[in-house]
Design a protein around this ligand. Structure first.
Ligand SMILES: CC(=O)SCCNC(=O)CCNC(=O)[C@H](O)C(C)(C)COP(=O)(O)OP(=O)(O)OC[C@H]1O[C@@H](n2cnc3c(N)ncnc32)[C@H](O)[C@@H]1OP(=O)(O)O
Ligand SMILES: CC(=O)C(=O)O
Length: 492
């Protein structure tokens, strides 16, 4: 069983520009515990008062996971970690000539001495100590063996090899971890960075070489190009290397999204396993294969990581994809209608358009000669904005109630700008209708000049259904509100 130390809350939070409040740290820690990671590196207690509050809050929860703080080889750092009631410390010691000479301004003997004193201090205070060599992959191997062996003699519980600037290669990783595993008698952990995009491969090779634990982050976030991604390493271990971890893989997608939301770091659509395109298919040949046997174009099922399969219509779609979508929508078309819808989809695709469910519904309605039913109508929209007023919008919507009687609803709202105020007023007015959330809003200008058209793209979700609507207008406020209204009318 390979042990997982999750460092999303320490190395992950070192992503430039990211800072979590104590309650946000706790929210992520709770998710990591549900995911069943073995160890949560909750932060670096020395960093700040807020950081200590966060780590302490996590320690107080009595989680299943061991709670750990990063510390330098300094008693003051260990004292701060103790203040937070952690179970363990990730005690980091720079071991390369470069780091010792220029950063610490110490000889290797002095560095070794202070490292061992810090290990002793941690053990004397009842902590589990993971003795970690920073910049280990540019360090003298004999020095690493001496540090880890002497550390183990005085009670260090685990050793960790950090590829601090991501210069390891898979071949070297196997060799390095083999040599170290044969020379020291405590479990070794791998902490890899992604500067050359090889963090996952290097971590897997470290495990092949004998590492028993690895440091990972959700979505691969972390310093610079990030750390080894938890979802990648864990799923490769389970599915490609026949190794086990305790991770409940079905919770990976939701954990990824909680981290993304709280750290304000979007997950790239093509991120392996947890990206929204990781199980999305547009090409006709692929979709046809999938419909016959999902393994033809999926190396594992999306449910294994809590993700889902998405069939996207576009220029590359074949008829199997269209049939699949029509089945989902419970729409039946005769042959002639089907061919016409298919041809219109291809034409839209050629225009560079992403074909959302709403576009497909519109095309179907066109072909069938149906008029789209607007259930809620935007009757009035008034917006006030300027340099001496908080932007304010009022909105009036008309609709028919259950007994088909005409009703209106009027709402007002403030916002940071006129668009925000309008959308806030619309949200308030719609809140009684259905649980619809605006999950994405993007705006771009088509052309130059103040009179240029703007294109607004909104994505709305109701339950499992997501619609994307584009609206082009020279008035950004109307484009925004009308796009949301169109999406809402399709979803209800
Ligand atoms: C590779 C990694 O991810 S390492 C982890 C990085 N994490 C962090 O840096 C956590 C956030 N850091 C901080 O809040 C601050 O840097 C603090 C509170 C830790 C220290 O702040 P300051 O005392 O102002 O020091 P500053 O950040 O300027 O410099 C770091 C000091 O730590 C020393 N140091 C660095 N690593 C170690 C170590 N492992 N053991 C002992 N000392 C160390 C440096 O030599 C330097 O000491 P100096 O000031 O005597 O030259
Ligand atoms: C300790 C650590 O985070 C590193 O060396 O990358």
């Amino acid at each position: 069983m390979i042990k997982i130390l999750d460092t999303t809350l320490r190395d992950g939070e070192q992503t430039p520009g990211v800072s979590l409040t104590p309650s946000e740290k706790l929210e992520i820690a709770l998710k990591l515990d549900e995911l069943n990671v073995d160890i949560i590196e909750a932060g670096s207690a020395i960093t700040s008062k807020g950081e200590r509050e966060g780590i302490k809050l996590i320690s107080q929860q009595n989680l299943n996971a061991e709670i750990c703080s990063f510390v330098r080889a300094l008693p003051i750092d260990i004292d701060h970690a103790l203040e937070c009631d952690v179970d363990s410390v990730h005690l980091v010691v720079p071991t390369s000539e470069l780091h010792m000479k220029y950063k610490l301004k110490k000889t290797s003997e002095e560095t070794l001495q202070s490292a061992l004193e810090a290990v002793q201090y941690g053990k004397d205070h009842g902590l589990i100590v993971e003795l970690s060599a920073e910049d280990a992959t540019r360090s003298d191997i004999n020095f690493l063996i001496e540090l880890f062996s002497k550390g183990a003699e005085i009670g260090a519980d685990r050793a960790c090899v950090c590829d601090t600037v991501g210069i390891l290669t898979p071949e070297k990783s196997i060799e390095l971890f083999k040599t170290l595993s044969n020379s020291i008698n405590i479990p070794i952990s791998a902490h890899c960075h992604n500067d050359f995009g090889m963090a996952t491969a290097n971590t897997l090779c470290a495990i092949r070489g004998g590492a028993k634990q690895c440091h990972l982050t959700i979505n691969g976030i972390g310093e610079r190009a990030g750390n080894s991604s938890l979802e990648e390493v864990v799923m490769a271990l389970h599915n490609l290397y026949n190794e086990k971890t305790k991770i409940i893989t079905e919770k990976l997608y939701e954990t990824s999204r909680v981290v993304s939301r709280l750290m304000k770091l979007p997950v790239s659509p093509n991120k392996s396993l947890v990206g929204d395109n990781a199980f999305a298919h547009e090409a006709g040949i692929h979709v046809d294969g999938l419909m016959k046997h999902t393994s033809t174009y999926e190396p594992l099922s999306p449910e294994e990581v809590g993700n889902k399969r998405r069939i996207i219509l576009g220029k590359h779609s074949g008829k199997s994809a269209l049939k699949y979508k029509l089945n989902l929508m419970e729409v039946s078309l005769n042959n002639e209608e089907f061919e016409e819808v298919y041809s219109k989809i291809k034409n839209l695709g050629d225009l560079g358009k992403y074909i959302s469910d709403i576009d497909l519904k519109t095309v179907i309605n066109e072909v069938k000669g149906h008029k789209i039913d607007e259930k809620i109508i935007l009757n009035e929209l008034t917006v006030v904005s300027g340099n001496k007023i908080t932007p304010l919008a009022s909105i009036k919507l008309d609709f028919a109630d259950e007994d088909n009687k005409h009703k209106s609803i009027i709402e007002t709202a403030y916002g940071v700008g006129p668009v925000d105020a309008s959308i806030n007023a619309l949200r308030k007015a719609l809140s009684g209708f259905a649980d619809i959330s605006l999950i994405d809003y993007q705006v771009s200008s088509i052309g130059k000049g103040t009179d240029a058209l703007v294109e607004v793209v909104v994505k709305l979700r109701r339950g499992n259904e997501v619609v994307e609507v584009k609206k082009s207008q020279s008035d950004i406020i109307r484009a925004s509100v009308e796009a949301v209204m169109e999406g809402v009318n399709l979803l209800i």
